[in-house]
Design a protein around this ligand. Structure first.
Ligand SMILES: Nc1nc2c(ncn2[C@@H]2O[C@H](COP(=O)(O)OP(=O)(O)O)[C@@H](O)[C@H]2O)c(=O)[nH]1
Ligand SMILES: [Mg+2]
Length: 299
């Protein structure tokens, strides 16, 4: 077993941070760490997803408080907003949560975005598994819900929380069936806004009319004032009780293996290179054909 892994198992946050960097960058030693991960001690993974600005980070901050007040430990993984054309990481979440950085039962890590068009950060599964080895009671993974990523987060998290805000009114009417399917708990954050009750009612009506197999909880919160967070935490624990089913576990593992295989097979695909390739062709060629381009680069 690698030294860094042994240190993680002994409870070293420094070793955990180092291991995450190694795995995130697929640096030397990454495979050694991953291949020797011990059986998971069973952290509960809470996925928090939703549109930018919905208050996810504020909610995570409040949940951290709730979790440590109950005497439990928590690791947090924030995946920064990703844009294909802005490859930098935003520091906002880091600053907001800085008050937790010295707390013994809290560990927070941001993953820089890798410019993937929607979808999860390429190393999110691996990094979460490294965090699991540390033995946190809870691990919170915050991702921005764009495109496929909501669906993917459901394959990673034991409980998926979708954060919406009253302003999303019209969007919800046309909300993709997929999103409705993957949310184990829905949060209506910014419930201090006047239209929150109408929004909540509409959301509940949608669930009622869609013959859902499970009575999906809708929780109103004002994350910035810590309102409703206790209810949310209760619902998360209840969902855990009700979802300890082997078929769900198998399904989650299947999703993870599927994504890891995809990642391995597409490891040499570089989106920026594709972008530049298209750009170059568009400049000197009026008959750009998408399919010829794909077959040229993908064989
Ligand atoms: N009025 C109101 N503002 C909130 C609430 N929760 C978060 N915010 C604000 O919404 C903005 C975006 O929050 P943030 O947590 O960064 O959203 P994220 O992009 O989903 O992570 C910030 O200015 C927060 O202070 C809430 O319950 N009510
Ligand atoms: Mg955020």
């Amino acid at each position: 077993m690698s030294e860094v892994l042994a240190d993680i198992l002994n409870g070293s946050y420094r070793a955990l941070a180092r291991a995450i960097s190694i795995v995130e960058n697929n640096a030397d030693g990454a495979a050694d760490i991953l291949l020797n991960l011990p059986p998971s001690p069973g952290s509960v993974i809470i996925g928090i997803t939703g549109p930018p600005g919905a208050g996810k980070s504020t909610l995570v901050d409040a949940l951290i408080q709730e979790i440590i007040s109950s005497g439990k430990s928590v690791g947090v993984l924030c995946v920064d907003p990703s844009s294909p054309f802005n490859l930098g990481a935003l520091l906002g979440d880091r600053i907001r949560m800085s008050k937790w950085y010295t707390h013994l039962k809290v560990f927070i890590r941001s993953l820089a975005s890798r410019g993937s068009l929607g979808g999860l950060h390429p190393s999110i599964i691996e990094v979460t598994d490294v965090m699991k080895a540390f033995g946190f009671d809870y691990i919170i993974v915050e991702t921005v819900g764009v495109g496929q990523s909501e669906v993917e987060i459901a394959g990673l998290a034991d409980t998926t929380v979708i954060v919406l805000v009253p302003e999303a009114g019209d969007e919800v009417q046309t909300m993709k069936a997929g999103l409705m399917e993957i949310g184990d708990i829905f949060v209506v954050n910014k419930a201090d806004r006047p239209d929150a009750d109408t929004f909540e009612r509409n959301l509940k009506n949608i669930f009622r009319s869609s013959h859902h197999h499970y009575d999906v909880p809708v929780v109103k919160t004002v994350a910035s004032n810590h309102v409703g967070i206790d209810v949310l935490f209760e619902k998360i624990k209840l969902h855990q009780e009700s979802s300890k089913r082997i078929d769900r576990h198998l399904w989650l593992l299947t999703e993870k293996v599927y994504h890891l295989i995809l990642a391995k097979r597409t490891a040499d695909v570089d989106k920026e290179e594709i972008y530049r390739g298209i750009q170059a062709r568009l400049e000197d060629q009026k008959d750009f054909n998408l399919y010829r381009f794909v077959s040229e680069i993908a064989g």
